[in-house]
Design a protein around this ligand. Structure first.
Ligand code: NAP
Length: 248
């Protein structure tokens, strides 16, 4: 039976590449996008590449949009095999990118709304469908800058980074991952956090040295884990090999 995968924020960047790679592995991919125009365009491009891709409107910050998307997938397929919570932002209001002393309540709200509250809202809306699948996989796209271990290590290459909204949102997302894995530990569902590393996308203003495809590989690996694969852990390139595991 064809597996059904939903990737949020799949109209561009790492999410688009994740959809493409899962589609090339034979899954039907639901191209989650908040913009109908951009989502349809991405799904069309994927179909032209031979992938069974369908646009799904989903703004992770809008409960009505999230519920509509879950209702549609429920009516159409009755289950969901893979959920990649990929949509994420750095934020564009004042205080989103400055130092800790420049952080604003508005920036924290904007970034947490998408990167944390959005993931919980989407996961909870789709959980009944994920439970209906034979062995669902949930991938939360996090970041190494959410690792308290890395960010407090003076030897880490990104140690100089000092800003609150985005890194703190990914730290919170890591906790979200751990908590879902605990609740779901007696089910076949596995929940893991992924670190794509620094990729050239709009989010990084194309400063990353890795391609979006390279960034997508860890999500693909965690979306296709075998039955004896890990859950409730944080991974980088090469997952689920032991040396690809990252510290919280
Ligand atoms: P990107 O190119 O900016 O793509 C982000 C995607 O998320 C876009 O499709 C965007 O849609 C979507 N999105 C944003 N807000 C949304 C919302 N409210 N509802 C639905 N979709 C929304 O960024 P990316 O680099 O591929 O990032 C993908 C994920 O990887 C993010 O979670 C990011 O934090 C994580 N990550 C990236 C890097 C990196 O170096 N690039 C490193 C570590 C982690 P629009 O086109 O409509 O804005």
């Amino acid at each position: 039976m064809t597996l059904i995968a939903l990737i949020t924020g799949a109209n561009k960047g790492i999410g688009y590449e994740t959809a493409r790679l899962l589609g090339e592995r034979g899954m039907t991919v639901l191209v989650g996008a908040r913009s109908e125009e951009l989502g349809q365009k991405a799904a069309q491009a994927l179909r032209e590449g031979g992938v069974d891709a369908r646009f799904l409107q989903i703004d992770v910050t809008d409960d009505a949009s999230v519920q509509r998307a879950a209702d549609h997938v429920g009516a159409e397929y009755g289950h969901l095999d893979v959920l990649v919570n990929n949509a994420g932002i750095v934020g564009d209001v004042e205080g989103a990118r400055g130092g800790p002393s420049a952080a604003t309540r508005a920036a924290l709200r904007q970034v947490f709304e998408a990167n944390v509250f959005g993931v919980v809202a989407v996961t909870n809306a789709f959980l009944p469908l994920l439970r209906n699948a034979e062995a669902a996989r949930i991938v939360n796209v996090s970041s190494e800058v959410g690792s308290l271990t890395f960010m407090s290590d003076p030897e880490h290459p990104l140690h100089q980074l000092a800003t609150i909204p985005y890194p703190a949102s990914k730290t919170a997302l890591n906790m979200v991952t751990v908590m879902y894995a605990k609740e779901l530990r007696d089910t076949p569902i596995k929940v893991n956090a992924a670190n794509p590393s620094h990729c050239a996308t709009d989010l990084t203003r194309h400063t990353g040295s890795r391609t979006p495809e390279q960034g997508a590989l860890v999500s693909v690996a965690l979306a296709t884990l075998p039955a004896d694969g890990p859950s409730g852990r944080f991974w980088g390139d090469g997952a689920p090999a032991a040396d690809a595991e990252l510290p919280w």
